[in-house]
Ligand binder design. Structure first.
Ligand SMILES: [Zn+2]
Length: 187
């Protein structure tokens, strides 16, 4: 997208963008070269398939519409099939030498404790970017606060659980479940 488009998104998400930028600078001051900008994942198509669209496609494939349907065929001249929802592409991935539980998304700044974050983790964090775009200045209150509170509770109460059980609990509820859905992550 164009520069104005990106700038408009940046301003709409200003609180989390400024917090992310300040956090990045603080970490650089504290940890120096150990804080690194990570390359984008290889083969990043910047597109996640939307679960709802997926099931609609499966549904229509299982029950083909009658030929008399008014719906134009995909690929008809001047008509495009509904494209999958694109994930935001204007983001910076930053590795911090900290034992982060997964990652942290602050506007366009995505922080990872692992220098090689998994594709699912990156997609999840980009799912948080969708939440940030939808909520704008309310993101920190609506997503940030419950997310941090849950992570703290989780760390204290579930330390003895298996990694699988921990992950399942963590991603089951808002706001993590929605980030998974937006990012196209299936667990
Ligand atoms: Zn998350």
């Amino acid at each position: 997208m164009g520069r104005w488009h990106d700038a408009a998104w940046y301003v709409w998400q200003l609180p989390q963008n400024l917090l992310g930028l300040a956090f990045w600078r603080l970490m650089q001051r504290r940890h120096g070269d150990a804080v690194q900008v990570l390359p984008r994942p290889a083969g990043d198509s910047s597109v996640a398939t939307e679960p709802a669209a997926d099931s609609a496609i499966e549904h229509s494939a299982a029950h083909p519409k009658p030929a008399a349907s008014k719906r134009p065929a995909a690929g008809a001249v001047g008509q495009n099939p509904t494209p999958p929802r694109p994930l935001p592409t204007d983001f910076t991935m930053i590795h911090l030498p900290l034992p982060l539980f997964g990652g942290v998304s602050l506007g366009r700044y995505l922080f990872f404790g692992d220098p090689n974050p998994s594709a699912d983790l990156v997609a999840h964090e980009r799912g948080h970017m969708i939440q940030s775009r939808r909520l704008g200045p309310l993101y920190l209150l609506v997503v940030g606060v419950p997310s941090v509170a849950r992570a703290m509770y989780h760390r204290r109460r579930h330390a003895h659980w298996t990694p699988e059980a921990r992950s399942e609990w963590y991603h089951r509820h808002w706001p993590e479940s929605a980030a998974d859905r937006h990012g196209g992550v299936r667990r």
